[in-house]
Design a protein around this ligand. Structure first.
Ligand code: PHE
Length: 493
């Protein structure tokens, strides 16, 4: 059977940017920048992009193209056991998607509430009490939150119907979901930078400061953000690239994807910091005190600022539409990554596999729509990004970088991207990126043992670690299953 294909290069880039640009750009990036002092975050961010993000994205695109297979199939061609890494990537992505869809469900809830700007009485209360109905702590589940559950069902229906026919439906959907949020974001940008007080906020965003650079934590935060935002270590970019022409300029595609994705983050930063400046002026507090936590930025500070603007309902609708349309193509890209792997070994069509994968991921996400959902989300997000994705990235780079078969990726790249400094890239993959990441992981591990994350009980931290390593264990079994199926197929001829 011939492999499915993107209609053309542009659509491939749309799909890749669609996967990369998501809640990570409008919600996670500005929050990270804010937490680490605005301008202080930008330098580590760009360095991590250059040394880790771009080289690893070339690697993932190259893997998919060279071997014309999913993350699992491609890595197995290098070493059969390496298929486990592919499954691990998909498993980490699965864990992330299970709560990512819930953040999209919050956005959907806010989208509906935008018509009346229902939060104008107090944005913080509205978020924690009305929307989340948050329990006092992670130990108190507090039952299902039915309105959110309903929104979650809505989100999953949107995800499923964008993906059910595989590459051909994705090709159609990304023509809208990639450019739409960018255009809407530009409208918000004009609004945000013309607000009174915006200048102060923007200054805090772009003024570089060097002191925080001595703190290793900033660097790991930047590296983890790069993984999340470029959809690296999810197995998605490998699958997407496998549907494109081998002869396409891989380094060029990577630069376009990285440029557009980071461009969206930078613009989102202007929107958020401009708005923070406005809010600081309205409430008479310094910029650094306007928001205190990550989740708060998109769902407390923003709604609050929106309700103070002229035409609040319009800009609120816009904002939450941007969040939803940014998130959707990231979400379905992961389902496609999973479908791509299973389809290599089972005779079921796209629609079936996508349905089963979506349904299981929906069920896995139910814990996040309970009263304790926010806490589960926070603790799992912390560990899966900092350890899961990063460990997948290190192992992939080493397996490709130090094997004869892996070298094919380099040879292919040398054919398609003649203008690119291939040797420098190759040594980044073999040494520089893995070393930098191993250093960051070990450092962070020591920190994690010294000062456990958050105020969570030991069982919750144990569960978060399980979320990182369970996909590895399951991946090992799935890889054996894949191997048996492969052998059976080979016997049949
Ligand atoms: N790159 C996405 C983002 O920045 C992250 C993501 C990808 C989440 C795939 C889920 C699935 O939002």
């Amino acid at each position: 059977m011939a492999r499915e294909r993107w209609p053309n290069r542009l659509i491939f880039i749309f799909a890749a940017v669609g996967s990369a640009a998501g809640l990570g750009n409008l919600w996670r990036f500005p929050y990270m920048a804010y937490t680490y002092g605005g301008g202080a975050f930008l330098l580590p961010y760009f360095l991590a992009l250059l040394i880790i993000g771009i080289p690893l994205l070339i690697l993932e695109f190259g893997l998919g193209r060279t071997f014309q297979a999913s993350a699992v199939g491609a890595l197995r061609k290098i070493r059969p056991w390496a298929g486990t890494i592919g499954w691990w990537a998909l498993g980490c992505g699965f864990v992330i998607l299970s709560y990512y869809a819930v953040v999209m469900a919050w956005s959907l809830r806010y989208f509906f509430a935008s018509f009346t700007t229902a939060w104008s009485g107090g944005a913080k209360d509205y978020f924690f009490t009305t929307v989340l109905n948050a329990s006092p702590g992670i130990g108190a589940l507090g039952g299902f939150n039915w309105p959110l559950l309903l929104c979650l069902v809505g989100v999953w229906l949107m995800i499923y119907f964008s993906i059910w026919k595989g590459v051909s439906s994705v090709s159609k959907v990304v023509k809208i979901t990639m450019p739409l949020p960018i255009i809407l974001l530009l409208v918000l940008l004009v609004r945000a930078v013309t607000l009174p007080g915006a200048g102060e906020g923007i200054l805090a965003y772009i003024t570089p400061s060097l002191a925080p650079l001595l703190d290793v934590d900033v660097w790991l935060a930047a590296a983890a953000q790069i993984f999340f935002t470029l959809t690296l270590g999810f197995g998605v970019m490998i699958a997407y690239a496998s549907y494109s022409d081998k002869k396409q300029d891989t380094a060029g595609d990577t630069l376009w994807t990285a440029l557009l994705n980071s461009g969206i983050s930078i613009i989102a930063g202007f929107v958020v910091f401009g708005t923070l400046g406005y809010l600081a002026m309205q409430s008479g507090v310094p910029i650094g005190d306007v928001a205190t936590q990550g989740v708060g930025l998109a769902f407390v500070v923003f709604p609050q600022a929106l309700s103070l603007m002229p035409l609040p309902w319009l800009f609120s609708l816009l904002f939450f539409l941007v969040l939803l349309s940014l998130g959707i193509d990231s979400a379905f890209s992961l389902i496609e990554g999973i479908v791509a792997a299973f389809r290599e070994r089972i005779r079921a069509d796209n629609t079936r596999i996508a349905l089963v994968a979506s349904a299981i991921c929906f069920v896995a996400g139910l814990v996040y729509v309970t009263g304790a959902g926010l806490y589960f989300l926070d603790v799992i997000d912390h560990f899966i990004n900092r350890f899961g994705l990063v460990l997948v990235g290190i192992s992939t780079a080493l397996v490709v970088g130090w094997t004869k078969t892996g070298e094919q990726v380099k040879d292919e790249l040398a054919k398609t991207s003649t203008w690119f400094p291939i040797e420098a890239w190759w040594w980044t993959i073999r040494l520089v990126a893995p070393l930098a990441l191993v250093f960051l992981v070990i450092w962070n591990l020591i920190d994690e043992l010294r000062v456990p994350y958050g105020d969570y009980p030991a069982w919750a931290l144990g569960m978060a670690w399980a979320a990182v390593f369970l996909p590895l264990a399951v991946g090992w079994f799935l890889n054996r299953w894949y191997g048996r199926k492969e052998a059976a197929a080979a016997r049949k001829g």
